[in-house]
Design a protein around this ligand. Structure first.
Ligand code: IMP
Ligand code: MG
Length: 178
């Protein structure tokens, strides 16, 4: 897809190579026991499916819908669960799989919510991290890439529901963002 508003930040090859490393790391960290991925919809859908297939072990997968951002770029600051999990987390090693950690508001909220469901452990995997933007502390155990404070799209990330199916992560030209 050639679009003059986009500049490639992370190529498909870079993303896939990093996911293989993360898959190995998670497989080593959890050699046995029940492992449970929670994909945060919709942005993490491609990351979760590639990460799950990069594991050398079995993993249960489930999906959670969260809304923080509206149609544009700015956060409403509100976190709402729009789709809850189907499977119980009790006694499981849980990894929340997220596309990007920005202010940290979403993951901070989610961690508190899911800890109440008595998992054996709970960690976070995020493809992207924008540490400069953090408002709430969150510990991310598995980070794909740290990126500067720029608005990115592709590989699951959207701007007003556009660009999710790009296989690369691209910076969206600032003048396009309201
Ligand atoms: P946080 O609660 O501010 O950490 O927001 C996390 C959510 O905001 C992510 O799951 C994304 O859906 C969205 N988000 C943050 N930064 C970007 C970006 O650069 N591009 C697209 N979505 C973003
Ligand atoms: Mg998201």
């Amino acid at each position: 897809m050639i679009d003059p508003k986009l500049r490639v930040l992370l190529s498909s090859e870079q993303i896939q190579a990093r996911i293989r490393e993360l898959g190995e790391q998670i497989s080593n960290d959890f050699p046995t026991g029940h492992l449970h991925f929670i994909c945060i919809l919709k942005g993490a859908c491609f990351f979760m499916s590639d990460l799950a297939r990069a594991l050398k072990r079995d993993v249960a997968i489930d999906f959670m819908g969260i809304s923080t951002y509206g149609k544009g770029k700015t956060s409403s600051g509100e976190v709402k669960v729009t789709k809850d999990l189907d499977i119980s987390l009790e006694g499981s090693n849980v990894i929340i799989v997220e596309d990007i950690v920005d202010s940290g508001v979403t993951l901070n909220y989610l961690l508190h919510l899911l800890e109440q469901r008595k998992p054996a452990s709970i960690r976070i995997a995020a493809l992207l991290d924008k540490p400069e933007r953090r408002l709430r502390p969150v510990h991310v155990s598995y980070v794909g890439f740290q990126i500067p404070d720029q608005f990115v799209v592709g590989y699951g990330l959207d701007y007003a529901e556009k660009y999710r199916n790009l296989d690369a992560v691209c910076v969206l030209d600032d003048t396009q963002i309201s």
